[in-house]
Design a protein around this ligand. Sequence first.
Ligand code: SAH
Ligand code: TYD
Length: 406
Amino acid sequence: MQSCLICDAAVEPVLTFGRMPIANGFLTPDRFAEEYFYDLAVGLCRHCTMVQLLERVPREKLFHGNYPFYSSTSEGMARHFKGLAESVMATYLRGPDAFVVEIGSNDGILLQHIARTGIAHLGVEPSSNVAQVAMEQGIQTVCQFFGETTAREILAAHGQADVVLGANVLCHISDLRSVIAGVKSLLKPDGVLIFEDPYLGDIVEETSFDQIYDEHVWYFSVTSVSHLMQLHGLEVIDVQPQRVHGGSMRYVIGRRGRHVVSPAVTARRTKEQALALHAPETFAKLRRRIEGSRDQLRSLLHRLQAQAKRVVGYGATSKSTTVINYCGITPQLLEFISDTTPMKQGKLSPGAHIPVRSHAAFVAHYPDYALLFAWNHVEEIMAKEQPFRRAGGKWIVYVPVVRVLE
Ligand code: SAH
Ligand code: TYD
């Protein structure tokens, strides 16, 4: 049995998906021979309850100068991060020497709002193509992987920070112990770490198994994050559930004993106890629901193929790589995937090699059915795709269960 990357206790394997390609590894045919595969499997630490990937893909294969995820492609996320930036500035960045660091700042979707007000800031972003977009807007950014070494360099160059931010990034970093140690050294005595990531409770309750892929090394709960922070002399002082990315949790962390702890923290841990997020049986039940979704989606797509219906994917998300490859979806079942990201268009999806095409291709010849891979942006997408519905198009969704929206 493997040992936990957080507390070194034994990790019990609880979910397996088989061989998978890199979720954001969109490629051209000349790259097929070198396509990278790994075993996608999840384990549960019986001691600290941290849910984690059993095999990790080296970070340089995931985050590099051709990283195709640009945060600003979603208007809903742009609004969400504007709200977060405003609340951080109002609550924590009021002093004249305020300084904020963001880990995984991507194209600057969050930091732009803080940079604009003149507050000292620094983004840490290893994927140079997205970092470049941020820098072009005047957002201070270093193109590095955050960890203890980077934290020391930032400290030497800028001093301590009032706030360290991280959205959808801590769950990506295998060496989380180094990240937390680095954050701790970087924070002023009363400084806070605010981060948000997809929430394990929602993954279990919604059967959103497509959240499981190479970049998501950790599936956090308030209980497991509390254990992690305790090991570093920190504590969770507040938690706030978020609707984004199909259900996320925002955590506010500070040095132990220096802040008032919100009752929301204990309340959430009690809820997690009731949900049994610490128990292997919970994952055995989840596994059966995931297998049920896989079988239903596969048979629906085969039925539509037999009826000669055109089915197209909507949103070449990282999440879709798990669904497509785990469910055995082929280019015969799915004609193409529509996506607004220029860097993905004209390429083939990882593993199954389904063509990715522009949104214009979707609109030019509406399919009979659209399989909604970007289901986490459902409101934004339904609002703008009314003409597809009016033209008789139907949506297929698979979270929380497989169904056709009539
Ligand atoms: N915060 C943005 C981006 C999330 S995608 C948002 O919520 O939309 C994750 C980002 O983290 C990517 O841009 C990736 O390059 C970056 N990243 C991955 N590992 C990192 C690390 N060790 N340190 C800093 N950033 C990292
Ligand atoms: P997202 O679901 O945010 O993330 P992940 O890759 O982590 O699963 O990815 C959104 C993808 O969907 C991105 O490639 C852009 C695309 N997209 C569209 O094509 N149309 C849209 O209207 C939206 C909101 C996203």
